[in-house]
Design a protein around this ligand. Structure first.
Ligand code: C5P
Length: 230
């Protein structure tokens, strides 16, 4: 049974990330490695994680630079065969196309407006449209330029599904009953997000904070999430 869950390995510690993979790899086969882990351990850190078990890699590097520099950056991680590699949609069509061309066997995943922005902060950056309108236009632009997946809030899934039937939609910001919200403000349950058209939910702390040195609590948490999806 593989669940439509991408587990966020938000840690600087290779041994910790390896333990989380080992504990959950029976039911989760997609893991997200972000800047916290990657900037410390790089390609060889991910190669070490791959020794633990087989999994699909969501490499969350949120690339943003001129097209030629992004092309080089993507080439530097292409040998890791990420299934998903994130770039900022705001980098524009040429940057996204350069990334997509450099990763022919993986999916360039566009991150639209960061969910940490409030409307006021967004407007203060000189943006004239609302976050919702901008998200939709950046998403459409990214897909036209060669991205085949999008990271979005569960609250944007329905509207983005409206502009693309085929894009893979990946949503963080989900919580099940009894979870801490942490720093997430607006959340949905994984079932709500998937029912609205998300393909995967990204879950971090709800699962990883269950780690106590043995696999049991993490596995129980995943079982709770799995049963909430049925
Ligand atoms: O621990 P939690 O479930 O909140 O982790 C969510 C993961 O998704 C983190 O790795 C976080 O960086 C990422 N993320 C997010 N919201 C976004 C984009 C990414 O929470 N808008």
């Amino acid at each position: 049974m593989n669940l439509p869950i991408i587990l966020a390995l938000d840690t600087k510690d290779i041994a910790q990330a390896s333990s989380w993979i080992k504990a959950t790899n029976g039911s989760i086969d997609h893991f997200k490695v972000g800047l916290e882990f990657y900037l410390r351990h790089g390609v060889s850190g991910i190669q070490q994680l791959r020794q633990v078990g087989e999994f699909e890699l969501f490499l969350d590097l949120k690339l943003y630079d001129i097209p030629n520099t992004v092309k080089g950056a993507v080439e530097s991680v292409a040998a890791l065969s990420p299934k998903f590699l994130t770039v900022h949609a705001s980098g524009g069509s040429k940057m996204i196309k350069a990334a997509a061309d450099a990763l022919p066997n993986g999916s360039i995943t566009a991150v639209t407006v960061l969910t940490s922005f409030s409307e006021d902060e967004f407007a203060a950056m000189g943006q004239r449209e609302s976050i919702e309108v901008t998200t939709k236009s950046w998403a459409g632009n990214a897909l036209a330029a060669g991205a085949t997946s999008l990271v979005c809030s569960p609250f944007e899934v329905a509207s983005l599904r409206g502009i693309s039937k085929s894009a893979t939609l990946i949503t963080p910001g989900v919580r099940v009953e009894g979870d801490d919200l942490g720093d997430q403000v607006r959340v949905m349950t994984p079932k709500q997000a998937l029912d609205l058209g998300a393909d995967f939910v990204v879950i971090g702390r709800s699962i990883t904070r269950m780690w106590d040195g043995s696999d049991l609590k993490m596995r129980n948490k995943i079982e709770q999430i799995a049963s909430s999806l049925r």
